[in-house]
Design a protein around this ligand. Structure first.
Ligand code: GDP
Length: 353
């Protein structure tokens, strides 16, 4: 006789199956054992240390066995189930178990993610407070912008700078295509920031200078499509990834994935390229962090008072410094740009795409 589940309806008591109660239910033995979950986690004392170099659909490239001669190999790993929803991103220091040989078909497991020193994040747009983690533990951000073709836009650079300061990264401004235009008028906009600036042209990439800037550092590169970022990264890393190829079907750039990848710099250090990251929504950023991107040492002299919109930032030092003329003519422009950005935060503004 087949067993039918008793309905909630008590009329069932009149039915043939009404004679069954809970004690009648036979629990099938579970071959997997269905053991109670334990809170005791393995300690993985023997786990190997690694550094995540790229992420691709649930598979992680992890650098292991690094030595002082820049040795090491990149192996493939998955994320252990016990890490749950915790994101593992490029730049994470992790612990690995399983097969770390890197042999074809081998797969290790990431069982632990070390605390991060810096964390580059972005939101889909300025009104979105859900953040996406892009890169962990980088030291600095190389903001790549072309002197021309495409025309440089200060607002876009402002966004990158805010993201860098929010992440705890030192920003460096890199102007490419200086063979096409004089970058100085654009650079004047940033006169009131103590920004490190490097200029480059494809005909004359100052490799030695870049080596010095990038040596022993982990540097995230960001930039709008077409600025010459791939050309530059290739020159500095010896990588041969495609340059300037536009997909004829979609009309978009060749990079559709948003994953970031770490590439070793010839002179030492790492570049983490972020091909899919074209915009920085700032919905998750604390407005106070925005200040630092607008004038060096622009710390608030008083915290924003309740009820006073931040774009009316009368209490803040940057305003005083503009009024005192200390920040020069561009200081006024910087303040306008800064106010526009703060006003936009919390409204829908997809930012720079
Ligand atoms: P990405 O989209 O930022 O990675 O840009 P690419 O590296 O693909 O370069 C876009 C286009 O700009 C390509 O046609 C490059 O050859 C060109 N390009 C890159 N750097 C320079 C430069 O310094 N000067 C000039 N004139 N063109 C450049």
């Amino acid at each position: 006789m087949s067993w039918l589940p008793p309905d909630e309806d008590d009329d069932d008591l009149d039915q043939p199956w009404g004679q069954y109660d809970e004690s009648s239910v036979r629990v099938r033995p579970n071959p997997k054992g269905n053991r109670p979950r334990t809170k005791v986690r393995p300690t993985y004392d023997a786990a190997a240390a690694g550094w995540v170099t790229n992420v691709d659909r649930g598979r992680y490239g992890v650098l292991v066995d690094v030595d002082e001669h820049h040795g090491g190999r990149v192996i493939t790993a998955t994320k252990a189930r016990e890490l749950g929803k915790k994101a593992v991103v490029t730049g994470d220091h992790v612990s690995l178990v399983g097969d770390i040989s890197g042999d074809e078909g081998s797969l290790a497991r990431i069982v632990r993610v070390a605390e991060r020193t810096t964390l580059l994040r972005r939101s889909a747009d300025d009104s979105d407070e859900v953040e996406r983690v892009i890169v962990a533990n980088a030291d600095q951000m190389l903001v790549v912008v072309a002197a021309a073709d495409p025309e440089p836009r200060t607002r876009l650079i402002d966004r990158y700078l805010v993201a860098a300061f929010d992440a705890g990264l030192d920003p460096i401004l890199c102007i490419t295509k200086t063979d096409l235009a004089d970058p100085q008028p654009f650079l004047d906009h940033f006169a009131c920031l103590d920004l490190r600036i490097v200029t480059s042209a494809v005909t004359d990439v100052p490799v030695a200078l870049f080596d010095e800037v990038l040596r022993d550092k982990v540097t995230v590169t960001v930039g709008h499509s077409g600025v010459g970022k791939s050309t530059l990264v290739n020159a500095l890393t010896g990588s041969t990834r495609a340059v300037g190829v536009v997909n004829t079907v979609t009309g978009r750039g060749r990079h559709t994935s948003s994953s970031s990848i770490a590439i070793r710099v010839t002179g030492g250090g790492w570049i983490i390229d972020t091909p899919g990251v074209r915009s920085f929504g700032l919905g998750h950023v604390e407005p106070a962090n925005v200040f630092r991107a607008f004038a060096s040492h622009a710390v608030p002299v008083a915290p924003p008072r309740d009820g006073i919109p931040l774009d009316q930032a009368h209490d803040w030092e940057i305003v005083d410094r503009v009024h005192d003329g200390e920040l020069g003519a561009t200081g006024v422009e910087r303040l306008d740009s800064f106010r526009a950005l703060l006003t936009g935060m919390g409204e829908h503004d997809p930012g720079a795409a």
